[in-house]
Ligand binder design. Structure first.
Ligand SMILES: O=C(O)C1=C[C@@H](OP(=O)(O)O)[C@@H](O)[C@H](O)C1
Ligand SMILES: C=C(OP(=O)(O)O)C(=O)O
Length: 411
């Protein structure tokens, strides 16, 4: 399905309800599988969370998690401690290109039994569940924080807990903090001192409790972009958000001040309002090592506003749903932008012109579709394979229509 967005105008004062954070949901689903007395509210309706939920409850031998990277990494750890069970864990063709060696090496060195079925270092995996009694491992922390979160999530179920020594510069740190915060919230003891993270064993039970997932800040980014590209005075309310978030992507609040978006925290929602900015300096510079998932949104917002932008800390982007650096460069250039990329950065020159009626390829990447859609406020634009959004935000197109986007779907 392609979506052809006619030049649209936002209806003012609309409200949008976004479901729970995919990252928090996937962590809590794993913890709930380990501690069934936990109950979860405002779970994400994303494909990735639906797949995660099925995977932790299935008795099947073959588990296919499609494009869900977080689920792939978390489930590798989860199945490695399911005693007397053998699982083949696989995913989409892109998943078979997303590295997992650091996690597999760490688990195997602790005593797990995980083998590669195709290419060394990549899914699919054959996992034979076992008791793990060793509790110390060192691993590289500069490739993906998901490996670290995966280990931390099962750690309390290991006989002797776990002590991870992290080497190299830690990437996507807020996601590790999110994992530790959720563990602490359910009563598990954790420590993070210098580069050593540890979790105490808690094999029996945690108290029964209801955990409410905050809505997804990465999904909120597309509304930040929409407001940034709208006229002064335009506002939208999105729920359910709180000031003290576990999600690193809540950095949007400060980042988008630079684009004239003011955030006001209401009871359980946020009001985004476009305000006048007095910035003479067009260059926008952000280090996104802590918030890689909002890089595409920010690059497209800068382009839409005709601002020069320099994004750094993007070294993880090339191993996500697609090589997001290359995808961004290709598609922004189709629209007339001038973009330079390195292994970990993107530079966009300021430009006044946006080409009309361009067809944007999405590379099986939900965030490509959602990041480019807000440009429909400025020019007619087509988003190819628009159904990809369901990986994290199945209601995205429906919500856009509600707030005033005018589009046709072409199957
Ligand atoms: O732990 C998580 O929930 C995630 C961690 C990040 O991955 P990396 O640590 O690989 O950057 C992020 O990009 C991903 O969307 C979700
Ligand atoms: C990178 C992402 O997800 P994952 O790694 O879980 O596939 C994402 O949602 O942007």
């Amino acid at each position: 399905m392609n979506v052809y967005i006619k030049k649209s105008k936002l209806r003012n004062h609309q409200k949008v309800q976004i479901t729970g954070s995919k990252s928090e949901s996937n962590r809590l689903l794993l913890l709930q599988a380990l501690y069934p007395q936990l109950q979860i509210q405002n779970l994400s309706n994303s494909d990735d969370s639906v797949l995660m939920q099925k995977a932790v409850s299935t008795k099947d031998k073959l588990v296919d998690i499609h494009h869900a990277g977080t689920a792939m990494r978390f489930l590798t750890a989860f199945f490695s401690i399911q005693k007397n069970r053998e699982v083949i864990l696989t995913g989409s063709s892109r998943m078979k290109e997303r590295p997992i060696e650091i996690l597999v090496d760490a688990l195997n060195s602790l005593g797990a039994d995980i083998r590669y079925l195709e290419n060394e270092g990549y899914p699919p995996l054959k996992i034979v569940g076992r008791d793990i009694t060793k509790n110390k491992v060192t691993l590289e922390a500069n490739v993906s924080s998901q490996y670290i979160s995966a280990l931390l999530l099962i750690a309390s179920k290991l006989e002797n807990g776990l002590e991870l020594t992290l080497i190299g510069e830690i990437t996507s740190m807020p996601y590790i903090q999110m994992t530790l915060s959720l563990l602490r919230e359910i009563g598990i003891e954790t420590n993070f001192i210098n580069n050593v993270v540890s979790v105490k064993p808690c094999s029996s039970t945690v108290s029964s409790q209801i955990l409410t997932v905050e809505s997804d800040w990465s999904s909120a980014s597309y509304f930040y972009s929409i407001i940034a590209l709208s006229a002064v005075g335009t506002e939208i309310i999105i729920s359910s958000y709180k000031n003290e978030s576990l999600q690193g992507d809540s950095a949007l609040v400060s980042i988008y001040k630079n684009f004239g978006v003011k955030t006001t925290f209401l009871d359980n929602s946020i009001c985004l309002q476009k305000v006048e900015t007095n910035d003479k300096n067009s260059l926008k510079q952000f280090d996104l090592r802590d918030a890689p998932d909002i890089a595409q949104t920010i690059a497209v917002t800068s382009f839409g506003l005709g601002k020069e932008c320099q994004l750094t800390g993007l070294h993880t982007l090339k191993i996500k749903e697609t090589d997001r650096l290359v995808a961004l460069k290709n598609e922004l250039e189709k629209l007339g932008a001038q973009v330079t990329i390195t292994n970990d950065s993107l530079h966009l020159k300021a430009s006044d012109n946006i080409k009309q009626e361009v067809s944007i390829s999405t590379y099986n990447d939900h965030r490509m579709a959602m990041a480019f859609a807000p440009l429909g406020l400025l020019v007619p634009i087509e988003i190819k394979n628009a159904e990809v959004v369901s990986k994290s935000y199945p209601d995205f197109w429906k919500d856009l229509k509600r707030i005033g986007f005018d589009y046709d779907t072409i199957s």
